[in-house]
Write a protein that binds this ligand. Structure first.
Ligand SMILES: O=P(O)(O)O[C@H]1O[C@H](CO)[C@@H](O)[C@H]1O
Ligand SMILES: O=c1cc[nH]c(=O)[nH]1
Length: 232
């Protein structure tokens, strides 16, 4: 048991999928895993372990934002020996060619995170995906004929930005979309020498204003899950 996770030693697999939404974790466990066992209910941050095609895999919510995912990633790595942390999140498009329901594999995560500014004393750190997981995800997506885009994403501390137009600067520099956790996850994983990757689905577009519903974000982004589970 750690401060925020009540699982026993051995309850959590080496590979874990990490949606922000704990109800997406429940849906993933109930939809994709055989014999899912719930190992965490603290704060309703549901976590499950089950089998996928004969391999043991876990899934757990992280909450929203860098501080929240950093707490869970720290405890999963240090208290439960997790080695592969795969975020499966929703994201807002920054580009015209990045459309609703597109799958994005995040090579790197730019950020305005106050956490990394504090950690590195104002200097820049480039949070990057594990090449091993990235390579496997690309291979898996191609094998399953799932179209994807790969590149730089933006991890924001804001969901409701004071300056909406500010996204256009990141868009101009090729950043594909915005979400709120990947830079934190990549940094904590690097600190502890384990693997991390974010696979995202576009839930809305800052360019066109289109958006999916909360229910669609919870229970319909299957392509990214099929890629993520193939990495177990
Ligand atoms: O759908 P999840 O995985 O929560 O990811 C995105 O959705 C939340 C905001 O609605 C933030 O956590 C953001 O990163
Ligand atoms: O952080 C996020 C996630 C989804 N969509 C957004 O616009 N922002």
């Amino acid at each position: 048991m750690s401060v925020h996770i009540e699982a026993k030693q051995g309850d959590i697999a080496e590979t874990i999928l990490l949606p922000g939404d704990p109800l997406r974790a429940k849906w993933i466990a109930e939809t994709f895993l055989e014999n899912p066992y719930c190992f965490n209910k603290i704060r309703n941050m549901f976590g499950y372990t089950g089998n996928y095609r004969g391999k043991r895999v876990s899934v757990m919510g992280t909450g929203m934002g860098v501080p929240s995912i950093s707490i869970y990633a720290h405890e999963l790595i240090n208290e439960y020996n997790v080695k592969n942390l795969i975020r499966v999140g929703s994201a807002g498009s920054y580009q015209k060619h990045v459309e609703i329901r597109d799958v994005i594999i995040a090579m790197a995560a730019s950020s305005n995170s106050g956490v990394n500014e504090l950690r590195f004393g104002g200097a820049d750190y480039a949070p990057t995906a594990s090449f091993e997981l990235f390579d496997k995800a690309v291979t898996s997506a191609r094998k399953q004929n799932i179209p994807f885009k790969a590149g730089n994403v933006f991890t924001s501390d804001e969901f409701y930005a004071d300056n909406f137009e500010a996204y256009k600067k990141w868009s101009k520099f090729g950043v594909l979309c915005v979400e709120m956790e990947s830079a934190g996850l990549y940094t904590v994983a690097a600190k502890h020498n384990v693997n991390a990757l974010s696979i995202l689905t576009i839930s809305d577009s800052l360019v066109t204003g289109e958006r999916t519903t909360s229910e669609e974000r919870e229970t319909s982004f299957k392509n990214m899950i099929n890629i993520a589970l193939d990495l177990a």
